[in-house]
Design a protein around this ligand. Sequence first.
Ligand code: MRU
Length: 355
Amino acid sequence: MLNYHIRPEPGQKRLLLLDQRLLPGQEQYFICRNADDVTQAVQNMVVRGAPAIGVTAAWGCWLEAAHLEAEGLGESRFWEQLLDEALQKIAQARPTAVNLAWAVERMRKVWQKNTPLQLHALADIWRNEAENIHADDIELNIKLGAVGAELLTDGDTVMTHCNAGSLATAGYGTALGVVYAAVESGKKIRVIANETRPLLQGARLSAYELQKSGVEVTVACDNACALLMQKGLVQKVVTGADRIAADGDTANKIGTHGVAIMARHFGIPFYIAAPCSTFDFRATGDKIPLEERPADEVLRFNGTQISPAGVDAYNFAFDVTPAALISAFITERGIFKPPYGRSLNELRHQTEDKA
Ligand code: MRU
């Protein structure tokens, strides 16, 4: 399992992030010392993937508390306000994945529960909480992987879109966690990684980690999807999710909706693998905020302008796949199948009971 990409530096108040913008060519770390560094790392895609940015956000809260303390602000009247503003910034770094706000909210609850307390004490408590969130994520992914592996048959080729693997989580992965678990159980599984324009999370990141883990992977252009399905080269589709609404409509990387439509057309099961923390029972699909990123990500390639100067581009980072196209949700609490009105309501009650 690749699990060294988000790690606090031992004995230091710094977080090391494997810079995913440079993979697979270079393995370099980006150093975060405070909430601003973490916010930038998330916005600029040094770290990406819904659970991974949630975990990073939790570490970011700790870093900011430790940073304010080191700056001597623990004795000032303002540290609570400064910290509050920093948490808001982290939570808003990217809008679509629910995990950012979820992780910051969890850190806030710990703060509220222990108030009043001194800044250095809060930093200590938050370090523990960030460690818990980090470790929980890996544990949940391993559980979810084992649940989902049951849906894969020996010899299957699984298509995935974007990267929902170790790099997109604290470790192991959601969609790729399902593949890893199936392979570990002795099944022969191949993966087709859609390249995922414009930032190539499939061609760069999924291919990188699958190869490192010894899983056979083939990269395909996003626009080869229908042909590959028509040729019978795809038995299942498994992707991750950034936010799953109460009605089951699911936001994930731009292009996922198209893949789901094609899977339905060719009668191929289309699964979403995500931990329960990705469900946002307050949202419906049409209310999920969809991030729009700079047009240059589409108009330039490797630093070179590829469209005529002056031409604009659409660069929605995510789309929403309607629940009707989703064969099942794979979670650490089991598999949830249609009708989602009933099954997701059951899941909602289970998670509310736990909260
Ligand atoms: O823009 P990204 O790379 O953060 O998008 C990531 C995805 O869309 C993933 O599929 C999703 O976050 C699930 S990761 C387990």
